[in-house]
Design a protein around this ligand. Structure first.
Ligand SMILES: *Cc1c(COP(=O)(O)O)cnc(C)c1O
Length: 386
């Protein structure tokens, strides 16, 4: 089974480009809202780093999600897309002064702080502006996730967050600083997580930490559990929408919440991955010694995930219904790692055939580079092609 695409329009367009199916995006957002509505004070922030295309952001803002930003540029993108300032959170292990000042000037909801020196700088910059910065501490929960080593973030050896043993002293330090206000804890254990047991392990850890803090009369208004829910890269057509019910139910069931506590989620990939495809033309079919290569006009500069994480993306030849043949699908970039898929089956391909590289809405367009002096790929939503 292949996805449905406006192939006639594609045929007239210059490739490569990203195409976002906004009907699927809207259905996905509706599914998120339907699930979160079932639970009191569940609040979802979209992780802007997954895709900051302004048209995509607009749909997400219209659905009422907040924005989770990891840079000043993302705060600007979120503001430009109309996200309310009090629904913006700002995380990141290395925030520059100008980025902190930008957050302060926009009165964002909260800074997710990852170290004591950062806390001190935020306190100082907020003081200079006569403001109080709301801060949450990102705690490294030392919880592993069953995902690719490069995208696990919650282990003690990762660079992210404050160690659990320092948590209490950092909260006490914040209480002494005049221009910051402690409002909660933040966690994020990794990305592309499909095993709900990993999120359950995070819940158990948060419960422990919360008991510990409570015994010292420290209460926590907000718990931000980060993002990380994965998608089905193998079956974008059969399973276009992640299992949000299982995800939110896991937190509802295992997190021991205190009255009035707000739970924040930061979903990126699960919101946007399936609605996006990288659309490309086949330049050449090349017969190698042992195999056939389909050489596309899209490369790792347009979608780096396969080269960076050995990520799998399903590829469909939209122009052919001929019997399947086996190809290595590669790009034109002068790097041996510029390979989208090895030994993959496609309907027999010819020069000019349009290929869709699926599930590319997250960490695709936003990670594009101009290496080899290539143009950055454009992004189109369904409405653009009507
Ligand atoms: C990347 C990131 C997210 C989003 O991760 P997804 O796997 O795309 O859901 C959420 N929170 C933080 C702090 C992140 O760095």
């Amino acid at each position: 089974m292949k996805g449905k695409f406006p192939l006639e329009q594609f045929a007239k367009m210059r490739t490569p480009f990203y195409y976002y199916d906004t009907e699927l995006l809207r259905t996905t957002l509706r599914a998120i809202n339907e699930e979160t509505r079932k639970h009191e004070d569940f609040c979802v922030h979209y992780a802007v780093k997954a895709n900051a295309n302004p048209k995509v952001l607009r749909y997400i803002r219209e659905a009422g999600l907040g924005a989770d930003c990891v840079s000043g540029g993302e705060i600007e993108a979120a503001i430009r897309a109309g996200f309310p300032h009090d629904k913006i959170v700002f995380a990141g292990v290395g925030k520059s002064d100008w980025e902190i000042e930008l957050g302060l000037d926009h009165d964002i909801f909260c800074f997710n702080v990852e170290s004591v020196p950062e806390l001190e700088v935020i306190n100082e910059l907020a003081g200079a502006r006569g403001k109080t910065a709301k801060v949450a501490f990102r705690i490294n929960p030392d919880v592993g996730a069953h995902t690719h080593a490069n995208i696990t973030t919650g282990l003690a050896e990762n660079k992210f967050g404050i160690a659990m043993r320092d948590m209490q002293s950092v909260i006490e330090l914040a209480a002494q600083l005049k221009n910051v206000k402690f409002v909660g804890l933040h966690f994020h254990i990794g990305s592309q997580i499909l095993d709900m047991g990993d999120f359950q392990a995070l819940c158990n850890r948060i419960n422990e930490l919360q008991n510990q803090l409570e015994s010292h009369h420290i209460c926590i208004e907000n718990i931000n559990v980060g993002g990380g829910l994965g998608i089905d890269y193998q079956h974008p057509n059969r399973i276009p929408i992640p299992d949000f019910k299982a995800y939110f139910d896991t937190y509802a069931k295992h997190l021991k919440r205190r009255p009035g506590q707000v739970i924040h989620f930061e979903l990126g990939r699960a919101v946007v991955a399936q609605c996006g495809s990288l659309i490309s033309r086949t330049l050449y079919i090349k017969e190698g010694t042992h195999k056939k290569f389909a050489i596309l006009d899209a490369g790792m500069t347009d979608l780096i995930r396969p080269a960076l994480y050995q990520a799998f993306h399903k590829i469909e030849n939209l122009s052919s219904e001929e019997p399947m043949q086996t190809y290595d699908v590669v790009g034109p970039i002068c790097e041996s790692s510029d390979v989208f898929a090895k030994q993959t089956d496609l309907n027999a391909a010819h020069r000019g055939d349009i290929m869709a590289i699926r599930s590319a809405g997250a960490y695709g367009e936003i990670m594009a580079s101009s290496y080899n002096c290539r143009q950055l790929p454009k992004g189109f939503v369904s409405e653009d092609l009507m």
